[in-house]
Design a protein around this ligand. Structure first.
Ligand SMILES: Nc1nc2c(c(=O)[nH]1)N[C@H]1C(S)=C(S)[C@@H](COP(=O)(O)O)O[C@H]1N2
Ligand SMILES: [Mo]
Length: 437
């Protein structure tokens, strides 16, 4: 199925084509102002500067309203983001961008290749030095911690952690599911540096009766309504206490990219990416399951029983998605590769939520026979695992390389999609096309 067949969110140029001034307001939060063409101070300017990855736009007062910054309006791509390279933008309000599979070949995903999934408008004028994290709720000792406090009072660790959006693979749902049409690239595994969430919660002292966390970030709702949150999710205390979860302040040894949650975020690997709150300001410990925006209804939830494609499901039959299922991604060759010889190294990564991957199999004959790939252990818990294998093609022609991973409980990726109304958890095989000429 080609990408063009699928429903897509409106792109930046389409948005600006209709009504540039309204688009301006929508994207950057500046109101058209006939007296003064330049930016209003504050929100609009800050949002645009953040999108451009700069701290200032010295001549911003001269910028006509309705002008798409050239840095974002690359002729060859619909929309580009400063500090992000080769990502496919699915939506620009809010910004959502995925990474083509062949650009995810590194064991540690470079900062500029980490996908972006925003539900609202990222904060601007972010100041790492004065950033504060509050830990409160059902704790003995509520805490207020700066990033310097976190570094001083807790052990600082670096871990390669896989983050995957619960909706990754949604684009292949038939009938289609509404939402960002992610294909394969809403997944990444960067090296995150921070302190363990568990250590911070222990320092605050979790009271008996605590069952769930609630995460809050500094991004704002697209509607602009003050106090309205775009997303606030949480996890059961048992998951929160896992050593794999970090309150992170660095990504691959550098500042976190503004779109990935700078200066502070949660990384809760193995569970839907939505648990990993960006621009983290507060973690509340609760005596009940969290009920923040995108925790209730059908958001990040699936029917508790298998359903047929297109089947309507009563909202009360939806359950919260917890650990993500086993999955693999072929990162070399790039799909569509034309080969002049008969031999090829196939590479990729596999991950399995809270489990480990035990085997990865490859097929070049549409699943009739499979060969075992070499599989590396994870760099640490919840890192993805590298697989590689040499494959030999018997003759000229069109092939597909298929990958399927099996987790430590013996559960394999399925061939087909376990359809659900909101398009979550598609872990069917990744297939890439190879033509031997
Ligand atoms: N504050 C905040 N945190 C957030 C989100 C958001 O919209 N706001 N999106 C979540 C979702 S749905 C995902 S998949 C991950 C994606 O992380 P990334 O954008 O760094 O790739 O961030 C999560 N954390
Ligand atoms: Mo997500």
């Amino acid at each position: 199925m080609s990408k063009e067949d699928k429903p897509r969110s409106v792109g930046l140029h389409a948005l600006y084509g209709d009504d540039p001034e309204r688009a301006d307001e929508a994207v950057f939060g500046r109101k058209p102002n006939p007296d003064r063409r330049g930016f209003l101070r504050g929100l609009g300017l800050g949002t645009m500067a953040a999108a451009l990855g700069v701290s200032a736009i010295p001549f911003h007062r001269n910028m006509p309203s309705g002008l798409i910054p050239a840095a974002l309006a690359d002729e060859t791509r619909p929309f580009t983001l400063k500090g992000k390279d080769g990502l496919i933008v699915l939506n620009d309000r809010p910004v959502n961008a995925e990474t083509p599979a062949h650009l995810l070949d590194d064991e540690v995903t470079p900062k500029n290749r980490h996908f972006i999934r925003n539900n609202g408008t990222p904060p601007t004028d972010v100041d790492a030095a004065s950033w504060e994290l509050t830990i409160d709720g059902l704790v003995d000792k509520p805490l207020k911690l700066t990033i310097a406090d976190l570094k001083k009072e807790f052990e600082v660790v670096t871990q390669n952690l896989a983050i995957e959006c619960g909706g990754n693979g949604r684009a292949f749902f038939k009938p289609p599911a509404k939402g960002n049409q992610w294909t394969y690239g809403a997944v990444a595994c960067s090296a995150w540096t921070g302190v363990r969430l568990a250590d911070v919660l222990k320092a605050a002292g979790i009271k008996p009766g605590a069952v769930y966390t609630a995460h809050y970030g500094a991004d704002t709702h697209l509607s602009g309504i003050p106090g309205k949150l775009p997303l606030s999710r949480g996890v059961p205390i048992k998951k929160a206490m896992g050593e794999e979860n970090l309150i992170a302040f660095a990504m691959n040894g550098e500042d976190i990219h503004p779109m990935n949650g700078a200066p502070l975020r949660l990384v809760i690997p193995g569970w839907p990416g939505s648990c990993s709150q960006k621009w983290l300001t507060r973690i509340q410990v609760r005596d009940q399951v969290h009920d923040g925006p995108k925790m209730t209804g059908t958001a990040y939830r699936i029917p508790k029983y298998p359903v047929a494609p297109g089947q309507k499901v009563d909202e009360k039959d939806f359950v919260i998605i917890e650990r993500m299922p086993v999955k693999s991604l072929i990162t070399a060759p790039e799909t569509g590769t034309k080969l002049n010889n008969r031999e090829l190294e196939v590479r990729g990564h596999a991950w399995a939520g809270d489990r480990e991957v035990s085997e990865v199999h490859l097929s070049i004959d549409f699943g009739a026979t499979w060969m075992k790939a070499d599989l590396s252990p994870p760099a640490n818990k919840a890192a993805w695992q590298r697989f590689r294998a040499k494959v030999k093609f018997p003759e000229q022609g069109y092939y597909e390389v298929w990958a399927r991973a099996v987790d430590s409980d013996g559960v394999s990726q399925p061939f087909g999609i376990a359809w659900n109304p909101k398009g979550y958890l598609n872990n069917s095989y990744h297939r890439v096309a190879v033509t031997v000429v």
